[in-house]
Design a protein around this ligand. Structure first.
Ligand SMILES: NC(=O)c1ccc[n+]([C@@H]2O[C@H](COP(=O)([O-])OP(=O)(O)OC[C@H]3O[C@@H](n4cnc5c(N)ncnc54)[C@H](OP(=O)(O)O)[C@@H]3O)[C@@H](O)[C@H]2O)c1
Length: 310
């Protein structure tokens, strides 16, 4: 049930406040002085800004915000491939039910989708030579997009490219390996068009209050292989490039539920409300390095060997 509160409700509600992007959005809005609440399905949150919420279970929202940013859901390709029905109930049915409730109450909806949906919408894919692969997660994202767009005005889709961050498992494992002078094995035949966490969050936050409806892309400027990205990142960190041993997915029997190429998307629609252009690889790596050293200053136990190499 939707209830009223004595004080003004937060302007923004981040659904999925524990997610990589959602948690950083909450920090970002707080740093900008924008009142923000968030949801979590974890029991330990004591913050008054936290609303307990598990998609797929009964939802009780104490207020309707101006803008709701939907970040929660099952985000790994493997779970969606192995449990398509259960994950669809969360990623499509429950997300749309919540979005409809919030929208009917007057909120603007901003739904985080992914450039993986472009495997389905082939017309919007930039020219490329790799075969398209449709994954269950992409299909669920696409169906959720359709439901959100059907809400009409005040409904925005953000198709985000792969976010690289020291807090995400891929980069964290590279940093761990490189820090311990261990070989890392990025794929040479899988591609991403990376954006930094900071870039993604800044762009989403700008869009949240732009009053624009429709589909917006947030993308890196160019696709490159995971191994090329690892080389550029390691070079910028002044790390021994001999520690990078690219591997080919065909030699690894790599599972087919991961999309092989997450492409770069045009950002024309995004550029007009925000002035933001696709992020260059150099800028992504600069942001990663800033994030890395900020993390180091907050924790006293991470990657000392890498810090010394700079
Ligand atoms: N990260 C990327 O590279 C990227 C790129 C493009 C688009 N996106 C999209 O952006 C959104 C956020 O991505 P992210 O990487 O920040 O996500 P994430 O870190 O993988 O977090 C997903 C969150 O969803 C929560 N969740 C899962 N099932 C739930 C349920 N039944 N009820 C409530 N919460 C549930 C998880 O809760 P727990 O923490 O409790 O497990 C987790 O906090 C997703 O929609 C994703 O598809 C991400």
């Amino acid at each position: 049930m939707l209830g009223a509160s004595n004080s003004l409700p937060p302007k923004v509600l981040v659904v999925g406040g524990d997610s990589l992007i959602g948690s950083t959005l909450v920090e970002h809005f707080r740093s900008q002085g924008t009142s923000v609440g968030f949801t979590s399905r974890r029991p330990h949150h004591k913050s008054p800004a936290c609303i307990p919420l598990e998609l797929g279970k009964a939802v009780s929202l104490p207020y309707i915000p101006e803008v709701a940013i939907l970040c929660a859901g099952v985000t790994d390709f493997r779970s969606c491939a192995e449990q398509p029905d259960a994950t669809r109930r969360i990623n499509v049915d429950a997300v749309l039910e919540l979005a409809t409730t919030l929208h009917l109450g007057g909120a603007c909806i901003l739904y985080l989708s992914s450039n993986a949906v472009c495997e389905i919408e082939k017309d919007s894919v930039q020219s490329h030579s790799l075969p398209s692969i449709t994954t269950e997660l992409s299909a669920q994202k696409y169906d959720a997009e359709c439901g959100i767009l059907a809400l009409g005005e005040r409904a925005t889709i953000v198709r985000g490219a792969k976010v690289v961050s020291c807090k995400a498992s891929l980069i964290a494992s590279w940093l761990n390996g490189l820090s311990n002078d261990q070989t890392i094995t990025p794929l040479s035949d899988y591609y991403l068009s990376p954006v930094s966490l900071q870039f993604m969050v800044t762009a989403i936050a700008q869009l949240a209050f732009a009053g624009a409806s429709g589909i917006f892309n947030i993308s890196g400027a160019q696709p490159l292989s995971y191994s090329d990205f690892a080389y550029q990142f390691a070079a910028a960190m002044n790390v021994n490039l001999g520690l990078i041993a690219p591997e080919n997915s065909l030699d690894l029997n790599f599972p087919s539920y991961y999309p092989r190429a997450l492409k770069s998307l045009g950002m024309l629609a995004m550029t007009s409300p925000s002035g933001i252009l696709p992020q260059s690889v150099r800028s992504v790596i600069d942001d990663l390095i800033v994030e890395f050293f900020n993390e180091q200053s907050l924790t006293n136990h991470s990657y000392p060997a890498l810090s010394e190499k700079r």
